[in-house]
Design a protein around this ligand. Structure first.
Ligand SMILES: [Fe+2]
Ligand SMILES: [Fe+2]
Length: 183
């Protein structure tokens, strides 16, 4: 996927996150762990990209940007906490499916709020060139989160892929800041 507009790219990621929840829920028992890892990686990279790239813009450019972004960050932090707890407990935990359902509800509501209250307004307040620059930074981090099993990239980024969600978020943040020329 090579969207050049950051909003289209992030909305496409919302769609893929939804598909990955479906894949975890529908996976045969021996594939649940792998599917959940892919979901975890994309969620970690996606939310980090929004926090580093899109929210700072929205904070500056939207009417009541501070308030809009504060609400989104509160939702993101809640989802992140649920993800970290669920990842720590693991797919064999007795309450895994309950936790997954709770995470899905939080993530879905959050994505809907972003699209409605943040992205739509941001589109009106940014230029095509700005959205293209932001998309490039999101794509730099996205390479860490293959959503399909892919032997080639697996070996290349093995250390990252095996990491905890926190490690993936840290690494994504570094890649994004580098892409934005911040370090
Ligand atoms: Fe988000
Ligand atoms: Fe999002």
């Amino acid at each position: 996927m090579a969207e050049h507009d950051v909003i289209e790219l992030l909305v496409a990621q919302h769609g893929r996150i939804r598909d990955l929840f479906d894949e975890v829920e529908q996976a045969p028992p021996d594939k649940v762990g792998e599917a959940f890892e892919r979901l975890t990686r994309l969620l970690s990279v996606h939310e980090t990209a929004e926090e580093e790239i899109v929210h700072p813009y929205a904070r500056r450019k939207l009417d009541n940007g501070q308030g809009v972004v504060a609400d989104r960050l509160a939702e993101e932090n809640k989802a992140k906490r649920l993800l970290l707890d669920l990842h720590k407990a693991g797919v064999d935990d007795a309450r895994f499916w309950e936790g997954l359902a709770e995470l899905r509800t939080a993530v879905t509501a959050h994505a809907r709020s972003e699209e409605r209250y943040e992205f739509a307004k941001l589109r009106a307040r940014t230029s095509v060139a700005e959205r293209r620059t932001m998309a490039a930074a999101v794509r730099a981090a996205e390479s860490m989160a293959p959503t399909r099993p892919h032997p080639g990239t697996e070996s290349m980024t093995k250390n990252v892929l095996m990491g905890t969600p926190m490690a993936v978020m840290d690494r994504a943040r570094d890649m994004i800041r580098k892409a934005l020329g911040k370090r």
